[in-house]
Design a protein around this ligand. Structure first.
Ligand code: C5P
Length: 220
C-alpha cells in the first residue's frame, strides 16, 4: 500500500490580514506551512507528499521543504482558485499506483500522528473515505441574512476536520467531476461514496484569524 499526502496550502488567507498567503504567515519562528510539512514528513504512515502552494509561491515552498529536510515532498504545484481545484491539481502529481490519498489543510498545522493512523485504518474495511470529526458544542442554525430559517438538531452533527483519507482512485474520480465543496469527502459523498467518521482532535484547529494563530501556538 502506498500512501500519498496532498497538502492544500494555496489559500490566500485574507481573513488573517497578513501581507502574504496564509501558508507563509509566521507561526512561532517558521512559516505556518513548515509545521504540517514537518509532521507529514515524519509520519510513519505517509510515503510521499505533494504540496499545492499559493500561485507564485511554489519556489519559496520548495526552498522551505529543502530547509526542513522534508525528503518525502516529491513536488509542489501552484494551487487553483478553490480548495477543490488545488487538491485536483496536486492529485495530478500523485502516480496512478498510489493506493491511498490523505488530504490535509496546511491551515491545520498541528497534525497529531495518531489521527493519521485513525483515518487510514478503516480504508481496509470497505470504506471509500475516512474523516476526523468532533461533536458540535454550539446550537447550529441555518440563516438567511440575519434571519433564522431553521435550527438543526445537534444530535448527529459533527464538525469535520482534516486529514481526510481516501482510496486514491475514488478521490480521483470524485475530483474529476469538477464539483466544488469545502472538503473532499463531500465530493466523494456526492457520488455515493461511503465515508466513515472517526474521532477528531481539538489540536487540529484551523487557522483563520490572528487569534487562531495564537491558539494553535499553544499546541506546538
Ligand atoms: O479557505 P479554507 O479555510 O477553506 O482553506 C482550507 C485549506 O485549503 C487551507 O489550508 C488553504 O490553504 C487550502 N486552500 C487551497 N486552495 C484554495 C483555497 C484554500 O489549497 N484555493
Amino acid at each position: 500500500m502506498s500512501v500519498w499526502a496532498v497538502l492544500a496550502a494555496a489559500g490566500s488567507g485574507e481573513r488573517l490580514g497578513a501581507d502574504r498567503p496564509k501558508a507563509f504567515a509566521r507561526l512561532g519562528d517558521a512559516p505556518l506551512l513548515a509545521e504540517s510539512v514537518t509532521r507529514l514528513d515524519a509520519s510513519d504512515w505517509i510515503d510521499a507528499i505533494v504540496i499545492a502552494a499559493p500561485p507564485g509561491w511554489e519556489e519559496p515552498a520548495i526552498l522551505l521543504t529543502e530547509e526542513l529536510g522534508a525528503g518525502k515532498v516529491t513536488s509542489c504545484v501552484a494551487g487553483g482558485a478553490t480548495r477543490a481545484e488545488s487538491v485536483r491539481l496536486a492529485l495530478a502529481e500523485v502516480p496512478e499506483e498510489a493506493t491511498v490519498a490523505v488530504v490535509h489543510d496546511a491551515a491545520r498545522p498541528v497534525l497529531p500522528e495518531e489521527v493519521v493512523g485513525r483515518v487510514l485504518a478503516p480504508l481496509s474495511e470497505g470504506w471509500d473515505g475516512v474523516v476526523p470529526g468532533l461533536p458540535v458544542a454550539d446550537t447550529v442554525k441555518r440563516v438567511r441574512r440575519d434571519q433564522v430559517v431553521e435550527t438543526l438538531e445537534r444530535e448527529g452533527l459533527v464538525a469535520v476536520q482534516t486529514p481526510q483519507a481516501f482510496l486514491a482512485p475514488v478521490l480521483r474520480a470524485a475530483l474529476a467531476d469538477s464539483g466544488e465543496a469545502s472538503d473532499c469527502a463531500a465530493l466523494v459523498e456526492a457520488r455515493g461514496g461511503r465515508i466513515k467518521v472517526v474521532a477528531g482532535d481539538r489540536r487540529l484547529l484551523k487557522v483563520t484569524t490572528r487569534d487562531d494563530l495564537a491558539a494553535v501556538s499553544a499546541y506546538l
